[in-house]
Design a protein around this ligand. Sequence first.
Ligand code: NAP
Ligand code: MG
Length: 437
Amino acid sequence: MAQLRGFASAAAQGADIPEVVCFEKQSQWGGQWNFTWRTGMDEHSEPVHSSMYRHLWSNGPKECLEFADYSFDEHFGRPISSYPPRAVLWDYINGRVEGTGLRDWVRFSTAVRTVTPHPISGFLVTSEHLPSQSESTEHFDDVVVATGHFSFPHVPAFEGIESFPGPVMHAHDFRGAEELADKDVLVIGSSYSAEDIGIQAHKLGAASVVFSYRTEPMGFGWPASLEEWPLVRRFQGRTAYFRDGRTRGFDAVILATGYRHHFPFLPQELRLRTANTLYPDRLYKGVAAEETPHLYFLGMQDQWFTFNMFDAQAWLVRDMILDRFAIPAAEVRRRDIQRWLNRMHAIETVREDVEFQADYIRDLIELTDYPMFDLDAVVEIFLEWKHDKQADILTYRDRCYRSVMTQTEAVPHHTPWIEALDDSSAAYLSTAEVPVA
Ligand code: NAP
Ligand code: MG
């Protein structure tokens, strides 16, 4: 959606833009924010893309992800809280592009099967329109991979887990915590999914949650029924045996063990192979495949910043495709990548981590006409957010921040997050009727 918007914005300024075709496997756009109740396979036996769950609310302030060219004020016409639920965020990203004609650029329910470098130039792209099962192969000069990297679960094995008698699922297949009420839940992992699914379970009445960490505990001030234990070594029936010698019985196991960058539609030599990191290697400016001209990737980084980073990337990719930005020689590209990698490897503090991504985005925006915004102010919001979570993991979503785009102060949601069970758009928006000045 960022890439389409980027081209549309150049066209609106009178630029000649090429034909743009967007292949979307789902019947609706929105990617991760396009919630589905399905797990495993979709209605066409394709792997389900979205890892979204029913009661997901943003886990970071919306003031950190706001588009610089389409503010929350412009969309909602009034201030809202800082942590909207998923339906509200989908509404926002949809609102920027709906009704602008961009839907015509998208082939919905169409999966890309293969992307093959053409012997002379560009790529041959074979796609399948899933409802009709009709396949077609077309030539494109440039390919932008914008599939995200939180769709293919990383599912490690644990000894004896096959004997566990209750539900065992990866976070990708988690759709809601209702079924965890009164249950003793084991969540393996210690990052954002573990944290959020654990507190969802707590919110919806789980009897207890044990988080099991491999490297480091999250260290929040958990309520009494939530605890962090070291890694599970093995299972025997419903009993888990932990590294520190403790054992405990559970009713459900959730593997919040992250995702894989996985591009089955690309030939081996074009696949991006990387861990979830702030600067995947072999991407010039974090977007252009170092060794394959005309192949681009969006959003492949580990993410503090999200929507506005994807925009900055999409605007630069657009300019690379339009030859407004000349991609330099191989040595220059390597030096640029290496400079970022060196800086990343020297990161020691959370502040440096966030500032790294802010500076990366600044670098991109300076090369394009995407509106510059106060990245330093956003860094401070991220650090305050970290602090809020340390202060109270169950109430941080009740805090309000000020937009760096419009200076509008968020207003508290009518119901504290821990009590808010109806998180539909209608329920959420039935508040805050103060018009934006
Ligand atoms: P992630 O940040 O990549 O974390 C993966 C976790 O899995 C790490 O804690 C890692 O532990 C652990 N892990 C991997 N292999 C393991 C193994 N063999 N045994 C034990 N632990 C293992 O992935 P994520 O937490 O799924 O987050 C993905 C993205 O989704 C993030 O951008 C996040 O913000 C987003 N998200 C958002 C929301 C929301 O908006 N409410 C909710 C959930 C997720 P190590 O530290 O040991 O490597
Ligand atoms: Mg600029």
